[in-house]
Design a protein around this ligand. Structure first.
Ligand SMILES: NC(=O)c1ccc[n+]([C@@H]2O[C@H](COP(=O)([O-])OP(=O)(O)OC[C@H]3O[C@@H](n4cnc5c(N)ncnc54)[C@H](OP(=O)(O)O)[C@@H]3O)[C@@H](O)[C@H]2O)c1
Length: 284
């Protein structure tokens, strides 16, 4: 018989207001599962950088979706390892960890979390398609030009809905314990090709402009990106865009028994939602 994680105790969803976390929260709630959002704006408030906030979010929960705000930064692995040890000691051994594909520190974090003895499922994900519509590059798409230091390395962008579906499957079915799912979309696309698909979907010109790391870092604050995000993006562009991730993986199919969502379908739906409509300029 299929084993399921206990349903009465809440599932803690760290990063539960973020791109993947909020989808995980919605899906668990739709299944009638009690959920506790773990983030600085959650109740109780949880801060990765303040260990005094960790005990309270773990109290009484049955399992946890673990997502650091930036697992590629040096030091994140130690933080994640410490949290996982505390979770196991607190009686919360069932953990589902979101990790980054091809990132040294993220893989160190996977090992640190595994060393806690947790009943672990690892979701090792590539770039989310939703970075173009819900985060870093949304304003650039709206403005009609996406300028990134991404050269022409192809990436298999994955849909955040697929990542969340795998996370929820793992949180609700113990058959996923011990699995490492490498999550990609079904197609390799350069950033230029991805932006072309977005342009087609919105029905107006959105250009892709390859720029140097220095030019990107100089222009990014003007596009509304905070300093720490610029720092982290330049770090990650520098680390992973050397072709190491330019291959498909089959974690979505292995976990869910279906193919991942195509970038073209993502772009069509995001365009239809109006998220890329240029901002209305107010008449003087
Ligand atoms: N974006 C990608 O393409 C991608 C791909 C693969 C892996 N990843 C990894 O996935 C993880 C999540 O990335 P994301 O882009 O999905 O994040 P995101 O959408 O920016 O969400 C970040 C979440 O973390 C919370 N948060 C921020 N600072 C925090 C702090 N100090 N303490 C506690 N919570 C904090 C935020 O909520 P509050 O503001 O309420 O605290 C929010 O819920 C990262 O580790 C990233 O490396 C990202």
């Amino acid at each position: 018989m299929m084993k399921h994680a206990p349903q009465t105790r809440p599932t803690l969803v760290l990063g539960g207001t973020g791109k993947i976390g909020r989808r995980v929260v919605e899906r668990l709630a739709a299944r009638g599962r009690p959920v506790r959002v773990g983030s600085r704006s959650g109740e109780p408030s949880f801060d990765w950088d303040d260990r005094r906030t960790w005990d309270a979010v773990l109290e009484g929960v049955g399992s946890a979706y673990v997502s650091h705000y930036w697992d590629a930064i040096p030091g994140a692995a130690d933080t994640l390892g410490s949290f996982a040890h505390l979770a196991v000691e607190s009686g919360v051994p069932r953990l589902v960890l979101l990790s980054g594909r091809g990132e040294e520190e993220a893989e160190r974090a996977e090992r640190a979390v595994r060393d806690s003895g947790a009943e672990l499922t690892v979701l090792r994900s590539t770039w989310f398609a939703q970075n173009f519509s819900e985060d870093y590059w949304r304003e650039q798409v709206r403005a009609g030009e996406v300028a990134l230091p991404a050269a022409d390395t192809p990436e298999p962008f994955v849909d955040a809905d697929d990542v969340a579906d795998v996370a929820v499957a793992a949180l609700t079915d113990d058959r996923h314990i011990g699995e490492l799912y490498e999550l990609t979309g079904p197609r390799l696309l350069t950033f230029a090709e991805a932006v072309r698909e977005i342009s087609r979907a919105v029905g107006r010109e959105v250009r892709y402009l390859p720029v140097s790391m220095e030019d990107f870092a100089a222009a990014a604050p003007g596009q509304g990106l905070p300093g720490e995000v610029v720092e982290m993006l330049t770090f990650i562009f520098g680390e992973v865009l050397d072709g190491r991730n330019a291959r498909l993986a089959y974690g979505v199919r292995r976990a869910l028994g279906r193919v991942p969502r195509d970038f073209g379908d993502y772009a069509r739906d995001a365009a239809a939602s109006g998220v890329w409509n240029p901002r209305a300029t107010r008449a003087a």
